[in-house]
Design a protein around this ligand. Structure first.
Ligand code: IPE
Ligand code: IPE
Ligand code: MG
Length: 255
């Protein structure tokens, strides 16, 4: 089996897209799984299960579009407040996904990685996640980054602790602390900032996702819940992104 073949410029045009107007890094707040299930009289976990199919479709499509990175908000630090049964089922689904997707990750030449706290995930999940990261480390295609037990405020607290420790040890003087110092101490060190943030299920909020990194990201929200998210919604977001004028505080598109 070979990696999915990237779209040609003609194939992009057929989809209403142009490669030079595509984002490099797309980040998605995958919301609305529970509501999708409840509307159908199903248990919430069925929404999460069906959401995995959306993940597969979007990952493959982002690879074919030759994007650099896709970051998916899978589980927030605040999601631990959910009932134990939902947490149990979600963690099982997560573990199953990182194992079951290995063949596809390798076939599609995806570099798998994660951001978030590690210490509260079970050792079994951590070990499966680490195996998938290790196995795909040298892949050259899309970087797929799962935000697991991720919270932006906690990420900043950890970064500040690290920086303060270095300052206390005399390795860094406070006057040397710059924006790059902070970026380099976040979980996302070395990753490009998201160009486009997509949220499904209609909520107009960020829910503690990548607060530092999305300072100048474009936002796109659909009312469709994550289990219904398919290529059509992704293209709609990308087409609109292609029309946006990013100014970064200036007067034209230059950074
Ligand atoms: C998103 O769907 C997935 C996670 C947060 C794990 P939700 O479970 O939040 O679904 P809704 O928002 O309750 O519909
Ligand atoms: C955001 O969704 C977190 C994830 C998608 C993992 P939530 O469902 O947790 O967000 P709120 O609680 O509605 O803000
Ligand atoms: Mg939700």
């Amino acid at each position: 089996m070979s990696a999915s073949i990237p779209y040609t410029p003609e194939e992009l045009t057929q989809r209403g897209l142009q490669s030079e107007r595509l984002p490099r890094h797309v980040a998605i707040i995958m919301d609305g799984n529970g509501r999708w299930a409840q509307q159908r009289g199903l248990p919430r976990i069925e929404g999460h299960r069906r959401g995995v199919e959306s993940v597969r479709r979007v990952v493959e499509e982002c690879g074919r579009l030759s994007l650099d990175q896709l970051t998916l908000y899978c589980f927030s630090s605040e999601n631990w407040k959910r009932p134990p049964l939902e947490l149990d089922l979600l963690m099982n689904l997560l573990r199953w996904y990182v194992v079951a997707e290995r063949n596809e990750i390798m076939r599609q030449d995806i570099r798998f990685t994660t951001i978030g706290r590690r210490d509260r995930l079970s050792p079994a999940i951590r070990s499966e996640v680490d195996q998938t990261i290790e196995m795909s480390r040298d892949n050259q295609g899309l970087t797929l980054c799962l935000a697991l037990d991720y919270g932006a405020r906690m990420e900043m607290v950890e970064a500040v602790r690290d920086i303060a420790s270095k300052a206390a040890r005399g390795e860094l003087s406070p006057s040397e602390i710059e924006e790059a110092t902070i970026s380099d101490h976040l979980y996302t060190a070395g990753m490009p900032d998201p160009d486009l943030v997509i949220r499904t299920a209609g909520e107009m909020r960020i829910s503690n996702f990548l607060l530092w990194q999305i300072s100048y990201s474009e936002l796109w929200v659909t009312s469709d819940p994550w289990p219904d998210f398919r290529e059509a919604q992704l293209y709609a977001a990308l087409r609109e992104y292609g029309q946006r004028q990013r100014r970064f505080g200036g007067l034209n598109e230059s950074k």
